[in-house]
Write a protein of this length. Structure first.
Length: 109
């Protein structure tokens, strides 16, 4: 492995690991104008099937795209947590129980 693809924030949050192993970082897919996400990085690595590139992504994305997980817990801070948010238009119909489930998933009551 020599190049790791992921979204910029993920690369920054794992910079000590990447530096320690001398890995190059890329927050963009060559010849693409689309912003790179962590799951997009997993898809890119899966599509290329070459041994010298890798991705920082969720385990779910790795499994979904068939990319083997080679190392877990590589964030600089052991307390690192990525937060996800759901957005909708003001007039959108929100499924029953969605807000309650989201609060529980976030550790709220």
């Amino acid at each position: 492995m020599d190049t790791v693809y992921s979204k910029g924030e993920a690369l920054v949050q794992c910079s000590k690991f990447l530096d320690r192993h001398g890995l190059r970082r890329s927050a963009a897919i060559p010849d693409s104008k689309a912003p790179l996400s962590t799951s997009g990085a997993a898809r890119y690595v899966a599509d290329r099937r070459v041994p010298y590139i890798s991705a920082i992504c969720s385990e779910e994305a790795a499994v979904h795209y068939g990319v083997p997980v080679v190392r877990r817990n590589i964030a600089d801070s052991p307390d690192n947590r990525t937060k996800f948010h759901a957005y909708a238009r003001a007039d959108a119909r929100i499924p029953e129980g969605f807000a309650e489930a989201a609060r529980r998933a976030a550790g709220g009551k």
